[in-house]
Design a protein around this ligand. Structure first.
Ligand SMILES: Cc1cc2nc3c(=O)[nH]c(=O)nc-3n(C[C@H](O)[C@H](O)[C@H](O)COP(=O)(O)O)c2cc1C
Length: 437
């Protein structure tokens, strides 16, 4: 079983930052992240991961949206840890491929081969306003750019042979120029000659991670992603996603085990069911439905939900058709499917989304949590989990101290790190180089 720790705010519950058990450190204090990364490394997690948005959001008054820029953060964490993988989000819509290829290659060198890139197209509509446009680039166009972006980035990472740098003092040869080739890309969106101005990185390329689950997103993932994050509210939906992605990857000629599928999982854990109930209640009490309403609107590209009564059961007609949503299309679908299935009131829906924004939440004892994780693995719903503790660091500690040993006893999880790189942790092959004979 593979385990990634998703670090966000003081935990994934919307109100976590207000809870007395949450860390008192500022979200701009590097010690907060160093501490969490080291704990996760002691717990033998495969990796830690940071998401990123390129705008502050409409809920800044009540929402802790001030985490550090992920690439900068990974550089600091690369030298604070030794073995754990480090994954950062970066956008194909609002950066140039040469910049990102260079930054991720640098990070892979700095960390000795422990870096992954969560490739996103940036769903938040207001991000466009920070990059010279008043309107959002469409879902279709964002993915079209992402495709070409990957061709360019992969070409840049492959532009140096492994043995290109010789630094031979005697002959005066630093690099073998015949082992460095420009990638020479001329496309609809990007013109990038290359080569990259860095030698090939330890993993060949960073591990490519993806988290869009719409039809277009799945196609993109099947072509490029080596690890996939996804938000699923039911085991049956996770099974459908798992089998669809493995089938799509195989159709691309890729071995099914080279695509590691990690659904989000946010467990609230305590030793007794009474304690679990008390913690859930405390978090619910701290949740402001009006913050949830703003976040719901952002997910649906700014759709106005202000007229909806908090206590009326919802119907799918209260929402725009997810297939027309230009923002986070698959998450919009998860939400509308939930409404169709369970007919919650808006208040009930917002409480569910406050838990982990549409990822699977579960409250139980360590034994119940381990059992559920084993079942998802056995039933073809997951290769592991994107663990999203509702409260940090408390719920991470409980997970490491109480759940990890149960997984190890069942033979499901490592008892020590075997490899040195993120590829090794996830069981991924080193990418071939264009210089391979
Ligand atoms: C675990 C997880 C993390 C994500 N992190 C980010 C992020 O940091 N920034 C972002 O813009 N989108 C993020 N997303 C959203 C997706 O990358 C994607 O943009 C979104 O789902 C819309 O694409 P889709 O319509 O194909 O699903 C994340 C999704 C998941 C499941």
């Amino acid at each position: 079983m593979h385990l990634n720790l998703f670090i966000q705010s003081r935990g994934h519950h919307e109100a976590s930052w207000r809870h007395p058990l949450a860390s008192p450190l500022s979200l701009t204090d590097i010690r907060y992240y160093q501490d969490l990364a080291r704990r996760a490394e002691e717990g033998l997690f495969d990796s830690i991961f940071f998401a990123d948005q390129l705008a502050v959001g409409t809920d800044i008054a009540q929402g802790p949206r001030t985490g550090l820029e992920p690439l900068t953060l990974l550089a600091a964490l690369a030298v604070s840890t030794q073995r754990i993988g480090l994954i950062a989000t970066a956008s194909t819509t609002y950066t140039e491929p040469f910049n990102l290829a260079r930054q991720f290659s640098s990070l892979d060198h700095i960390s000795g081969g422990r870096i992954g890139w969560n490739i996103v197209t940036s769903w938040l509509a207001t991000a466009a306003q920070n990059y010279g446009s008043s309107t959002q680039i469409s879902h279709e166009d964002r993915y079209a750019r992402a495709e070409e972006f990957m061709t360019v980035a992969n070409g840049l990472w492959d532009s140096w042979a492994e043995d290109a740098t010789v630094a031979d003092r005697a002959s005066g040869t630093y690099s073998r120029a015949d082992r460095v080739r420009p990638s020479g890309h001329e496309g609809a969106y990007y013109q990038v000659n290359g080569p990259l101005n860095l030698p090939r990185c330890p993993q060949g390329r960073p591990v490519l991670v993806q988290a869009g689950s719409s039809d277009t997103g799945r196609g993109f993932a099947a072509r490029y992603a080596e690890a996939i994050f996804t938000a699923q509210l039911q085991k049956s939906a996770a099974q459908e996603f798992y089998s669809d992605l493995k089938t799509r990857a195989t159709a691309q000629g890729r071995p099914a085990d080279q695509v590691v599928i990690l659904p989000g999982f946010s467990p609230l854990i305590a030793s007794t069911e009474a304690e679990v109930a008390r913690l859930s209640e405390e978090l619910d009490e701290l949740t402001d439905p009006e913050v949830g309403r703003k976040r719901l609107s952002a997910r649906f590209g700014g759709y106005d939900f202000s007229q909806l009564d908090l206590n009326r059961p919802l119907t799918p007609e209260d929402f725009p058709d997810p297939q027309t949503v230009e923002a986070a299309r698959s998450r919009a679908q998860v939400i509308v499917d939930l409404v169709r299935r369970e007919r919650p009131t808006l208040l009930q829906l917002l409480r569910v989304l406050a838990g982990a924004r549409g990822h699977y939440t579960f409250a139980g004892t360590p034994e119940q949590v381990a059992k559920l994780m084993e079942e998802w693995l056995d039933d073809g719903a997951a290769d592991g989990f994107n663990v999203m503790p509702p409260l940090l660091p408390t719920m991470l500690d409980v997970f490491i101290d109480e759940v990890v040993p149960l997984l190890q006893r069942r033979g499901l999880f490592r008892t020590e790190y075997e490899g040195e790189t993120l590829r090794a942790h996830y069981g991924l092959m080193q990418p071939e180089s264009q210089f391979d004979d």
